[in-house]
Design a protein around this ligand. Structure first.
Ligand SMILES: [Mg+2]
Length: 426
């Protein structure tokens, strides 16, 4: 029954006359193979090619047709070949036995040609459909296994319909949970592996009832991150279950974090960069004005930095920048934001610090740097400060940076190595 070849029928009967009659009836539509004894039949069923259907006599001198059938049903290669008994035995008991041992049909001799043709056709149709279903299942199975995702499908009652190996591998489900085929057991085991499993339970239960698609990220206790996508399984317009797929996005997440860190920090000093500074000043400005808190900004610059580079080389220059940055991180509070604006210019955003507090912190930092040595060299810095109270109503938070910058210029012009607060009239 492959491609365009006509299906093969094995006719087994010890009476040549019966074989002849059956053959005449079926030869136009099928390829006929014959066996005139039980042994001959078993020979023809050794493979590698097999008939698509068997018409089997029961009473034969060597082997009984029932025994042949029983034997065929024990072998995987022949188990699914439909067997139609064609026999002179006409009792219900015989018929019952024939069906019980795996025969698909029972036709009593003398037979009617049209009935033989119809029954053979019916059973071959069933075989064909079964093969198609098997083929579809195999195709579905190989498709399920051909993805990197872990996939699981439940029906409406929470019974497992299918899953792939990746699903088992990703989650490490134990065999007893898989064998249970029960959604709740899968859920319990899965939630237990999540950082926030308990908090998610209720949502998942609700999602299970709903017709919605859903995607979310799951953080596992072992550090991996999965993305989960689920949607209802629809058949003929009705929701019959739910499909859930998982993708391991841990590597992607690590790369994202690295990328984010790179995009907001200065590679030499590890301080926040100018881009991040502008986001920070806006966020802190909004927070400070909303909650009526203090906010101060320090702008600082290494005095005569160019001379260090020119006289001692860029390696010393870099060393000064790195050492100063380390001091900055150690000196200022955890809540303060230390940034490198570029070159030798730095900025510190100090939430909850009023002018006096910021002036004090800046002055102590200036002295700290003065006392610091890099390769026996002394470094001095100038610092300009502005606080929230320096802003006129309606002014932009960027103006705070601007005012601190102006104060820094004043410090420079006044002889460097000093801290200055912004003065509007200067
Ligand atoms: Mg016979």
């Amino acid at each position: 029954m492959q491609n365009n070849h006509p299906p093969k029928i094995l006719i087994v009967d010890d009476e040549p006359q019966n074989i002849h009659l059956l053959g005449q009836t079926l030869k136009n539509d099928y390829q006929i193979i014959i066996a005139t004894s039980g042994h001959q039949a078993m020979d023809k069923l050794k493979g590698p090619e097999y008939p698509d259907i068997i018409l089997l006599d029961v009473i034969m001198p060597d082997i009984n047709g029932f025994d042949i059938c029983k034997e065929l049903k024990t072998r995987p290669e022949t188990r699914d070949i439909p067997v139609i008994f064609v026999t002179a035995m006409d009792s219900h008991a015989n018929e019952q036995e024939a069906l019980e041992i795996g025969g698909v049909d029972f036709i009593i001799k003398p037979f009617n040609n049209a009935i033989i043709q119809a029954r053979v056709k019916t059973h071959l149709d069933i075989v064909r459909q079964q093969r198609q279903i098997k083929h579809s299942e195999a195709l579905l199975k190989s498709t399920l296994e051909a993805t990197k995702d872990g996939i699981i499908v439940f029906d409406n009652s929470g019974k497992l319909l299918m899953l792939n190996q990746n699903f088992i591998m990703m989650w490490g489900f134990p065999p007893e949970v898989i064998a249970s085929g029960d959604k709740d057991q899968f859920l319990d085991y899965g939630l237990n592996q999540l950082v926030d499993g308990d908090a998610r339970r209720e949502n998942l239960e609700m999602l299970w009832q709903s017709d919605n698609k859903d995607s979310s990220e799951l953080e596992l206790k072992d550090g991996r991150i999965f993305s989960r996508y689920s949607e209802p399984l629809i058949q003929d317009g009705d929701k019959v279950g739910r499909v859930i797929s998982y993708t391991d996005i841990s590597t992607q997440k690590i790369l994202e974090k690295q990328l984010t860190r790179l995009s907001i920090t200065d590679p030499l000093t590890g301080l926040y960069n100018r881009r991040r500074l502008h986001e920070i000043i806006h966020d802190e400005f909004i927070r400070a004005t909303r909650y009526q808190r203090e906010l101060s900004v320090l702008m600082m610059d290494i005095d005569h930095f160019k001379q260090f580079n020119d006289n001692y080389g860029h390696e010393i220059g870099d060393q000064i920048l790195e050492q100063l940055s380390s001091c900055m991180k150690a000196h200022f509070r955890n809540v303060d934001w230390c940034c490198r604006m570029g070159g030798e210019e730095f900025c510190v955003i100090m939430p909850d610090a009023d002018l006096a507090g910021a002036m004090d912190a800046a002055e102590r930092f200036r002295q700290l740097i003065l006392a610091m040595r890099v390769d026996d060299l002394t470094i001095t810095i100038s610092i300009g400060i502005a606080s929230l109270h320096d802003l006129e109503p309606g002014e932009d938070p960027d103006e705070l940076l601007n005012y601190a910058d102006k104060a820094l210029y004043t410090a420079k012009n006044n002889g460097r190595n000093q801290v200055k607060h912004y003065q509007p009239k200067e």
